[in-house]
Design a protein around this ligand. Sequence first.
Ligand code: NAD
Ligand code: UDP
Length: 310
Amino acid sequence: MKSKVKNIITGGAGFIGSHLVDRLLNEGQKVLVLDNFFTGRKDNFRKWIGHPDFEFKLHDVTLPINAEANMIWHLACPASPSHYQLDPIKTAQTNFLGTLNMLNIAKKNNARFILASTSEIYGDPEVHPQTESYKGSVNIIGPRSCYDEGKRIAETLCFDYKRKHGVDIKIARIFNTYGPRMLPNDGRVVSNLIMQGLKNESMTLYGDGQQTRSFCYVDDLINGLIKLMNANTNGPINLGNPKEITILELAKIISKKLNISENFIFKDLPQDDPLQRKPIILEAKDKLNWSPLVDLDQGLENTINYFRNL
Ligand code: NAD
Ligand code: UDP
């Protein structure tokens, strides 16, 4: 009998990671989750506890570990600005040491390795929309730098492990992703606005709400990650939905979907908050035959239903 593919998913207790756990186990593969529960939760994988193909280890990726794997999906890192800024030094360590430790496991096992990088490596972009060749405009010493620069050095490490040790690395530059299992108090815009609306509170808009983002539904992103892992390319590859909207528009759409009147309170724009963000996904279309399928309307509907039923 053919032996099952062994996957390590770091950050598998988190929002995106837990959707990946579901997909790989449903495909009949083996999954080991490594997570320290900083922003992840047992509830996100509770249904798999006791399944013969599923294993969980409470582990902080900044520490070395030995494990067997054919594929390593390295997602461990808080993604919401409010969470990654809580302990910025730890965030930088997670990105550098965590990626180094996981690359060492990939090297030992001759495993394929995917890094969950981010559109934040483009910083507050001067080039719009963003292609993979754009080198970014990141503040080196600002409050977002622990994350932005952390992911940039993580990408550098990946390419040095490829050049020096021949590790088959892949880099996904993930743009704003949303969906069920985001934490309700996560601080990110989609969860904040939906939770505020459901509680009949004012929706908080930072700045004038004219900054833009492009929101990708989590199922689409998981398809992209799986295609990238199995493709004959290292990337980096942008994975995101190219439909760009302002945060004010998003708040209006969510208010309409919740059937409530618009009730917005404007707050200061956080330092270094990017004013615009939209991926060019020609590489993903061309090399992965991937593009997002779920529109904002449907994705928000699913996400609102999730938060309603919490
Ligand atoms: P999340 O905060 O829900 O998940 C992160 C997971 O990593 C959590 O389970 C957390 O407990 C775990 N973790 C954090 N530090 C750890 C450590 N030192 N050791 C072990 N586990 C640790 O975030 P998410 O939205 O699911 O993001 C997953 C990955 O995707 C992150 O690497 C993030 O940078 C990247 N990403 C996400 C988005 C997005 O919009 N959601 C966009 C770009 C990139
Ligand atoms: N934002 C907002 N209100 C909120 C939370 C976020 O206006 O309650 C804004 C934030 O300033 C940013 C955008 O929404 O311009 C996206 O923020 P998020 O934290 O979701 O992601 P990121 O800034 O990392 O793209």
